[in-house]
Design a protein around this ligand. Structure first.
Ligand SMILES: [Mg+2]
Length: 199
């Protein structure tokens, strides 16, 4: 049995660094030239780092491509995706990045040897997860996880400061890293088929 994996990019395939000094915090520090620190555990960068709408808009406009270009991939993710791809599963990347960043994103994926079958840009991920018949979805934004889970699709939620208030859901498993993602993929396989485990 081959499965469709729905996979987020930012915070899942990218290594954003530690919660207390993420690449977002570092780049905001450089850009705003003042001490930026994590103030609130929320996905909203304005609240998380106590910056104004204007500051965020300017940062996004001038620096977002720098973040997307310079962020490192999670080494383990690459290895596991290669194994999945080799085993014939489909890797469907679903990112909230705007389509204007598509070629940069494709280049980053290629330069970092990350295999994938499809790349979709969507802020609302549940409809595309349903349309693409995703069997297992991986994201770090809890709102996405909850929306996809409400479609009865199992979700792996990657732990981040902005989802530390996650309350739990029967379709969602929260994990800390790609070792735990791998364990949960193998658990998914063992529940659903006799498909051979990832080594
Ligand atoms: Mg993400």
């Amino acid at each position: 049995m081959k499965y469709n994996f729905g996979i987020d990019i930012d915070g899942v395939l990218t290594d954003e660094g530690p919660d207390e000094n993420s690449i977002w915090q570092q780049k905001l520090n450089e850009f705003l030239d003042r001490e930026i620190s994590l103030k609130e555990n929320t996905y909203d960068l304005r609240k998380a780092f106590a910056i104004s709408d204007q500051e965020l808009n300017d940062f996004i406009e001038q620096k977002i491509e720098d973040v997307y270009n310079s962020v490192e991939p999670v080494a383990k993710a690459k290895k596991i995706l290669k194994q999945l791809s080799k085993a014939g599963h489909r890797l469907i990347l679903i990112t909230a990045r705007g389509a204007e960043h598509r070629s940069l994103t494709e280049k980053w994926l290629k330069n970092n040897n990350i295999p994938f079958d499809e790349l979709h840009h969507a802020k609302a991920k549940a409809p595309i997860a349903v349309k693409k018949e995703i069997d297992l979805f991986i994201d770090d934004k809890q709102e996405n996880a909850l929306e996809v889970a409400s479609e009865n699709i199992p979700v792996i939620l990657v732990s981040k400061y902005h989802n530390n208030n996650f309350q739990g859901h029967k379709q969602i498993t929260k994990v800390n890293n790609w070792d735990e993602i791998k364990e949960n993929i193998n658990l998914f396989f063992s529940k659903n088929t006799h498909s051979s485990k990832l080594s």
